[in-house]
Design a protein around this ligand. Structure first.
Ligand code: HEC
Ligand code: HEC
Ligand code: HEC
Ligand code: HEC
Ligand code: HEC
Length: 177
């Protein structure tokens, strides 16, 4: 009798855990790996198509870390304000941007591409080896809203590292802590 009750509690516990997990997965609360196609809304409808496409602003003008460090980094507001102190100041989106800037706040951009914690990735050696942003991010200059274009799975990384001309390491500790 007692065993049956324990058994039932365990089963319901597992089912509960599983349904919470599935809920989290389907509601984008879990955002690691295999998120090909993930395209979150952003707090301000900043458009790469407009800025990097039509206006042809260089990626590195905003993502200043990309050839020097691990992180490409998302630009601080003073970079936006180089133009938007005077450009399109009648737009409510630009007013929101200016308000945040004037009160020393930042905009909470939602992350798009996200590797699990046990993986290390570093932008700089890829850019130095001549790999274009499009290989991993697709044609961002054509996107209104950024989306994850590749699976960013281990296979995606390792397949390229294995290609002879790349001379890229494939031992586990290259990419794992
Ligand atoms: C070899 C693949 C690869 C290339 C090439 C690449 N990226 Fe990335 N990028 C990634 C991965 C993977 C992430 C997610 C990193 C993480 O979660 O730690 C990322 C994240 C980012 C981010 C989010 C912020 C950050 O620094 O993590 C930005 C912005 C970005 N990349 C911009 C660029 C730009 C601009 C270029 C070209 C100049 C570029 N990337 C080239 C794979 C790449
Ligand atoms: C080199 C100048 C420049 C920089 C830097 C710049 N923008 Fe822009 N932005 C523009 C121009 C030009 C337009 C188009 C204005 C128009 O439609 O007349 C624009 C339009 C916009 C719009 C659309 C406004 C609307 O309501 O139509 C948003 C939102 C925006 N920018 C956000 C940003 C953000 C956020 C940053 C920083 C990450 C940024 N911009 C950096 C020049 C710039
Ligand atoms: C005027 C500034 C600006 C320019 C130029 C710009 N970006 Fe961005 N980028 C941003 C901002 C702001 C975000 C965060 C909001 C968003 O995701 O749209 C971002 C986000 C990204 C992300 C997603 C980061 C993540 O969380 O995974 C990638 C990838 C990226 N940019 C690549 C590029 C590439 C490639 C270029 C050049 C073709 C470029 N960007 C040009 C401002 C810029
Ligand atoms: C398009 C090809 C390509 C893809 C895709 C790619 N890499 Fe690389 N990777 C390279 C090349 C080329 C190097 C540089 C080899 C050198 O010159 O040292 C490199 C180097 C590295 C390094 C070594 C950095 C260092 O400090 O020496 C790490 C870590 C790494 N890649 C992780 C990843 C991860 C994680 C992914 C997947 C998210 C990935 N790479 C996807 C081509 C690629
Ligand atoms: C070039 C980079 C790279 C190399 C080299 C690499 N991995 Fe990975 N690995 C990744 C990335 C990215 C992920 C996360 C995405 C995924 O789960 O496929 C990952 C995920 C994993 C996972 C978790 C899989 C899962 O289902 O959650 C294990 C385990 C793993 N790697 C083991 C290894 C072992 C063992 C080696 C050496 C033989 C190795 N990796 C070499 C990039 C790499």
């Amino acid at each position: 009798m007692a065993k049956k009750i324990v058994g039932a509690v365990v089963v319901f516990g597992l089912l509960g855990g599983l349904s919470v997990f599935i809920w989290a997965l389907t509601n984008n609360k879990i955002v690691i790996g295999y998120n090909k196609g993930y395209e979150p809304d952003q707090p301000i409808p900043y458009s790469h198509k407009q800025h990097a496409g039509q206006l042809q602003i260089n990626c590195k003008y905003c993502h200043t870390g990309v050839d020097k460090s691990r992180h490409a980094s998302v630009p601080p507001l003073n970079i936006c304000m180089n133009c938007h102190l005077v450009v399109k100041t009648d737009s409510p989106h630009i007013q929101k941007l200016t308000e945040a800037y004037n009160s020393g706040k930042s905009i909470a951009w939602n992350k798009v591409n996200l590797l699990p914690d046990h993986v290390k990735f570093n932008h700089a050696p890829h850019i130095k080896a001549g790999k274009d942003c499009t290989v991993c991010h697709g044609n961002v200059a054509e996107m209104e809203k950024v989306k994850q274009v590749q699976s960013l799975s281990m296979g995606f990384c390792v397949n390229c590292h294995r290609e002879k001309e790349n001379h890229a390491p494939i031992n586990c500790s290259t990419c794992h802590y």
